[in-house]
Write a protein of this length. Structure first.
Length: 237
């Protein structure tokens, strides 16, 4: 050993470092696979929604317009007007469904004005529709990066939609606050009747895992609560 060389690394220490690197690599692979699986599930849900929703609606509208043409050819104008009126209503409904889908995929307000305004717009719109009183304290989430905010927004949206399906609730609250050791804590609470279905909980768990966080779901008989802990390092993602 020369004078410039340091003491050799003990074999046990070198093995520990190799073991740590292997574990880190396995964890990166696991998280990557989870992310790919989540994206595949999202694409599958989107394809199913389009096929069973907008595509079916537009196909039905096309058939109705054919019927309108035949009715006009046979000078049955009253029938033509009635069918055309129904077709217009279905067309407007399809446009609303596609607009809602576009908003859910990438809300413009989230992109342009941030997480707080996006959640406020979401809860106000759904609250007016279903008579829900919302309480929000989510400014702490602005520290997160764009992707993390989008994922967190989807979690809030899915939690709200799940509560509406079970209820709808009278109250819905979202709170984000700093936790210990560079963590954020998010709490979502609603008073909709019944407990969340396991399938909806698993969807939330999958989203949280892609952010490196943890989630706990509980129901105390009066309200359902979702508690999410998210590392601040997601702010850089």
């Amino acid at each position: 050993m020369t004078e410039d060389e340091g003491p050799p690394t003990p074999p046990a220490q070198g093995e520990r470092r190799q073991g740590e690197r292997r574990r880190e690599e396995r964890e990166r692979v696991r998280l990557f696979e989870q992310l790919i699986a989540a994206e595949q599930d999202e694409r599958r849900r989107l394809a199913l929604f389009l096929h069973d929703g907008a595509v079916q609606s537009l196909s039905g509208i096309a058939l109705m317009l054919d019927a309108v043409r035949h009715a006009i050819d046979e000078t049955r104008l009253d029938d033509a007007r009635r069918i055309l009126t129904d077709a217009l209503e279905r067309h407007r409904a399809a446009i609303r469904a596609l607009r809602d889908l576009s908003f859910n995929l990438e809300p413009v307000v989230l992109r342009d004005h941030g997480f707080s305004m996006a959640v406020q717009a979401l809860t106000q719109n759904r609250g007016l529709e279903h008579g829900i009183q919302s309480e929000l304290d989510v400014a702490a989430a602005e520290v997160l990066g764009e992707r993390a905010q989008a994922a967190l927004y989807e979690i809030v949206r899915e939690a709200l939609e799940g509560a509406i399906r079970r209820g709808p609730p009278q109250t819905f609250s979202v709170r984000v606050e700093p936790g210990d050791a560079q963590m954020l804590e998010l709490t979502i609470r609603d008073d909709a009747p019944g407990e969340r279905r396991r399938r909806s909980i698993e969807a939330l768990e999958e989203r949280v895992r892609t952010l490196g966080g943890t989630i706990a779901v509980g129901h105390d008989g009066e309200a359902s609560t979702i508690r999410l802990i998210l590392p601040i390092y997601a702010a850089s993602e």
